[in-house]
Design a binder for this molecule. Structure first.
Ligand SMILES: [Zn+2]
Length: 242
Protein backbone atom coordinates (compact mmCIF):
# COMPACT_ATOMS: atom_id res chain seq x y z
CA UNK A 1 0.00 0.00 0.00
CA UNK A 2 1.31 3.43 -0.92
CA UNK A 3 1.95 6.09 1.66
CA UNK A 4 -0.89 8.21 0.39
CA UNK A 5 -3.36 5.31 0.66
CA UNK A 6 -2.17 4.49 4.21
CA UNK A 7 -2.70 8.12 5.23
CA UNK A 8 -6.19 8.19 3.69
CA UNK A 9 -7.12 5.00 5.45
CA UNK A 10 -5.87 6.34 8.78
CA UNK A 11 -7.74 9.60 8.16
CA UNK A 12 -10.99 7.69 7.76
CA UNK A 13 -10.55 5.27 10.63
CA UNK A 14 -8.55 7.21 13.24
CA UNK A 15 -10.04 10.73 12.99
CA UNK A 16 -13.21 11.52 14.97
CA UNK A 17 -13.88 14.56 12.77
CA UNK A 18 -12.95 14.79 9.11
CA UNK A 19 -10.70 17.84 9.21
CA UNK A 20 -6.96 18.35 9.35
CA UNK A 21 -6.89 19.33 13.05
CA UNK A 22 -4.83 17.22 15.44
CA UNK A 23 -7.19 15.65 18.00
CA UNK A 24 -4.70 15.53 20.86
CA UNK A 25 -1.10 16.60 21.36
CA UNK A 26 -0.62 14.26 24.32
CA UNK A 27 1.84 11.39 23.84
CA UNK A 28 -0.27 8.28 23.57
CA UNK A 29 2.30 6.26 25.55
CA UNK A 30 3.33 8.54 28.45
CA UNK A 31 0.74 11.32 28.32
CA UNK A 32 3.16 14.27 28.15
CA UNK A 33 1.92 17.30 26.22
CA UNK A 34 4.06 17.50 23.09
CA UNK A 35 2.65 20.92 22.11
CA UNK A 36 2.19 23.11 25.20
CA UNK A 37 0.06 26.15 24.32
CA UNK A 38 -1.71 24.58 21.36
CA UNK A 39 -5.39 23.74 21.72
CA UNK A 40 -6.59 20.16 21.40
CA UNK A 41 -8.88 19.28 18.46
CA UNK A 42 -12.24 19.82 20.26
CA UNK A 43 -11.07 23.09 21.93
CA UNK A 44 -9.70 24.49 18.68
CA UNK A 45 -12.88 23.71 16.79
CA UNK A 46 -14.88 25.47 19.46
CA UNK A 47 -12.56 28.50 19.41
CA UNK A 48 -12.76 28.65 15.63
CA UNK A 49 -16.52 28.48 15.76
CA UNK A 50 -16.63 31.40 18.20
CA UNK A 51 -14.08 33.55 16.40
CA UNK A 52 -14.90 35.77 13.45
CA UNK A 53 -13.43 34.76 10.11
CA UNK A 54 -11.05 37.71 10.12
CA UNK A 55 -9.53 37.21 13.58
CA UNK A 56 -8.98 33.46 13.51
CA UNK A 57 -7.61 31.84 16.67
CA UNK A 58 -4.32 32.94 18.15
CA UNK A 59 -2.22 30.27 19.90
CA UNK A 60 1.11 30.51 21.69
CA UNK A 61 3.33 27.49 21.27
CA UNK A 62 6.32 26.60 23.43
CA UNK A 63 7.36 24.93 26.65
CA UNK A 64 9.75 22.48 28.24
CA UNK A 65 8.10 19.44 26.62
CA UNK A 66 7.51 20.86 23.13
CA UNK A 67 8.18 18.17 20.55
CA UNK A 68 6.31 18.70 17.30
CA UNK A 69 7.94 16.91 14.40
CA UNK A 70 7.33 14.58 11.49
CA UNK A 71 9.42 11.55 10.62
CA UNK A 72 9.45 9.44 7.48
CA UNK A 73 6.26 7.41 7.15
CA UNK A 74 8.18 4.11 6.99
CA UNK A 75 9.77 4.89 10.37
CA UNK A 76 6.42 5.93 11.85
CA UNK A 77 4.95 2.67 10.63
CA UNK A 78 7.94 0.75 12.06
CA UNK A 79 6.97 2.20 15.47
CA UNK A 80 3.47 0.73 15.02
CA UNK A 81 1.91 4.14 14.33
CA UNK A 82 -0.50 5.39 11.67
CA UNK A 83 -0.76 8.87 10.17
CA UNK A 84 -3.66 10.06 12.36
CA UNK A 85 -3.76 7.79 15.38
CA UNK A 86 -1.95 10.07 17.80
CA UNK A 87 1.30 11.70 18.88
CA UNK A 88 4.43 10.28 20.46
CA UNK A 89 7.10 12.18 22.34
CA UNK A 90 10.67 11.52 21.14
CA UNK A 91 11.46 9.32 24.14
CA UNK A 92 8.47 7.03 23.54
CA UNK A 93 9.08 6.85 19.79
CA UNK A 94 12.70 5.86 20.40
CA UNK A 95 11.56 3.30 22.95
CA UNK A 96 9.31 1.74 20.35
CA UNK A 97 12.06 1.77 17.73
CA UNK A 98 14.70 0.55 20.14
CA UNK A 99 17.20 3.18 19.01
CA UNK A 100 17.88 6.90 18.96
CA UNK A 101 16.61 8.98 16.07
CA UNK A 102 19.03 10.36 13.51
CA UNK A 103 18.74 13.52 11.37
CA UNK A 104 17.93 11.42 8.29
CA UNK A 105 14.87 9.93 10.06
CA UNK A 106 12.99 13.26 9.75
CA UNK A 107 11.18 14.06 6.53
CA UNK A 108 11.43 17.22 4.42
CA UNK A 109 8.27 18.66 5.87
CA UNK A 110 9.82 18.58 9.31
CA UNK A 111 12.69 20.83 8.28
CA UNK A 112 10.36 23.19 6.39
CA UNK A 113 7.56 23.52 8.96
CA UNK A 114 8.71 22.47 12.42
CA UNK A 115 12.49 22.47 12.82
CA UNK A 116 12.66 26.14 13.88
CA UNK A 117 9.81 25.95 16.37
CA UNK A 118 10.54 25.74 20.10
CA UNK A 119 11.55 22.21 21.06
CA UNK A 120 13.36 20.16 23.65
CA UNK A 121 17.13 19.86 23.45
CA UNK A 122 16.84 16.14 22.72
CA UNK A 123 14.67 16.79 19.66
CA UNK A 124 17.13 19.44 18.45
CA UNK A 125 19.92 16.95 19.01
CA UNK A 126 18.15 14.22 16.99
CA UNK A 127 17.62 16.69 14.15
CA UNK A 128 21.33 17.48 14.17
CA UNK A 129 20.71 20.97 15.54
CA UNK A 130 21.79 22.75 18.71
CA UNK A 131 21.29 26.05 20.49
CA UNK A 132 23.99 28.68 20.31
CA UNK A 133 23.89 31.57 22.81
CA UNK A 134 24.70 35.02 21.46
CA UNK A 135 24.54 38.64 22.58
CA UNK A 136 22.42 41.15 20.70
CA UNK A 137 23.74 44.62 19.89
CA UNK A 138 21.88 45.80 22.99
CA UNK A 139 23.80 43.26 25.12
CA UNK A 140 20.79 40.99 25.53
CA UNK A 141 21.51 37.26 25.77
CA UNK A 142 19.62 35.19 23.19
CA UNK A 143 19.80 31.75 21.68
CA UNK A 144 19.72 30.75 18.05
CA UNK A 145 19.32 27.30 16.55
CA UNK A 146 22.13 26.22 14.26
CA UNK A 147 23.28 23.05 12.53
CA UNK A 148 25.54 21.03 14.82
CA UNK A 149 27.81 20.34 11.85
CA UNK A 150 28.56 24.07 11.73
CA UNK A 151 29.77 24.06 15.34
CA UNK A 152 31.70 20.83 14.71
CA UNK A 153 33.24 22.32 11.57
CA UNK A 154 34.02 25.51 13.49
CA UNK A 155 35.45 23.45 16.33
CA UNK A 156 37.48 21.34 13.88
CA UNK A 157 38.68 24.49 12.14
CA UNK A 158 39.68 25.91 15.53
CA UNK A 159 41.49 22.68 16.45
CA UNK A 160 43.24 22.65 13.07
CA UNK A 161 44.32 26.28 13.43
CA UNK A 162 45.43 25.62 17.02
CA UNK A 163 47.49 22.63 15.85
CA UNK A 164 48.89 24.67 12.97
CA UNK A 165 49.79 27.46 15.41
CA UNK A 166 51.41 24.92 17.74
CA UNK A 167 53.29 23.47 14.74
CA UNK A 168 54.46 26.93 13.70
CA UNK A 169 55.61 27.56 17.28
CA UNK A 170 57.51 24.25 17.26
CA UNK A 171 59.14 25.19 13.93
CA UNK A 172 59.85 28.64 15.32
CA UNK A 173 61.34 27.11 18.48
CA UNK A 174 63.51 24.81 16.35
CA UNK A 175 64.49 27.76 14.20
CA UNK A 176 65.27 29.79 17.31
CA UNK A 177 67.24 26.86 18.73
CA UNK A 178 69.16 26.57 15.45
CA UNK A 179 69.68 30.31 15.50
CA UNK A 180 70.87 30.10 19.10
CA UNK A 181 73.23 27.25 18.20
CA UNK A 182 74.57 29.21 15.22
CA UNK A 183 74.99 32.26 17.45
CA UNK A 184 76.71 30.13 20.08
CA UNK A 185 78.96 28.68 17.38
CA UNK A 186 79.78 32.12 16.03
CA UNK A 187 80.42 33.36 19.56
CA UNK A 188 82.66 30.35 20.29
CA UNK A 189 84.55 30.89 17.05
CA UNK A 190 84.89 34.59 17.76
CA UNK A 191 86.02 33.89 21.31
CA UNK A 192 88.52 31.30 20.12
CA UNK A 193 89.78 33.68 17.46
CA UNK A 194 90.01 36.44 20.01
CA UNK A 195 91.81 33.99 22.33
CA UNK A 196 94.32 33.15 19.59
CA UNK A 197 94.93 36.79 18.86
CA UNK A 198 95.14 37.49 22.55
CA UNK A 199 97.52 34.54 23.09
CA UNK A 200 99.58 35.67 20.20
CA UNK A 201 99.67 39.11 21.64
CA UNK A 202 100.67 37.86 25.04
CA UNK A 203 102.99 35.24 23.57
CA UNK A 204 104.68 37.75 21.35
CA UNK A 205 108.32 38.28 22.29
CA UNK A 206 108.78 41.03 24.76
CA UNK A 207 109.77 44.20 23.16
CA UNK A 208 113.45 44.78 23.28
CA UNK A 209 114.25 47.41 25.86
CA UNK A 210 115.05 50.49 24.09
CA UNK A 211 118.48 51.68 24.54
CA UNK A 212 118.51 54.46 27.02
CA UNK A 213 120.15 57.33 25.30
CA UNK A 214 123.36 58.06 27.01
CA UNK A 215 124.17 61.51 27.96
CA UNK A 216 126.55 62.83 25.47
CA UNK A 217 129.14 64.94 27.11
CA UNK A 218 128.96 68.37 25.85
CA UNK A 219 131.92 69.48 24.06
CA UNK A 220 133.70 72.05 26.08
CA UNK A 221 133.34 75.37 24.72
CA UNK A 222 134.71 78.66 25.59
CA UNK A 223 138.09 79.53 27.06
CA UNK A 224 139.51 76.98 29.53
CA UNK A 225 139.67 78.71 32.86
CA UNK A 226 140.32 77.66 36.45
CA UNK A 227 136.58 77.77 37.21
CA UNK A 228 135.86 75.61 34.24
CA UNK A 229 138.49 73.14 35.27
CA UNK A 230 136.97 72.88 38.74
CA UNK A 231 133.47 72.46 37.33
CA UNK A 232 134.38 69.84 34.80
CA UNK A 233 137.05 67.89 36.54
CA UNK A 234 136.14 68.43 40.20
CA UNK A 235 138.12 69.94 42.97
CA UNK A 236 141.73 68.94 43.01
CA UNK A 237 142.72 66.68 45.91
CA UNK A 238 145.07 69.22 47.20
CA UNK A 239 142.24 71.67 47.78
CA UNK A 240 143.01 73.51 44.67
CA UNK A 241 146.39 74.56 45.65
CA UNK A 242 149.07 74.22 43.03
ZN1 LIG B 1 5.89 9.84 25.58
Amino acid sequence: MSRRKREQQSFKTDKAVADNIVESWLCIDCGVNTAPGLLSGPDLRLALALASDDDGVSQTFGGDTAEVYTVKSSLWAAAGMRAWNGCLCIGCLEKRLGRQLRPQDFDREDERAFARLPSTDRLLDRRGLCKMPFLTDEGEEREMVIDKRQTEEASQAWRTSALALRGRRAVSDTHQMKHALVCAGVLLFTTTLAGCVSSQRFAAPARQPQAVPQAVPQAPSGPFTREREDREFGQPLNGGEQ
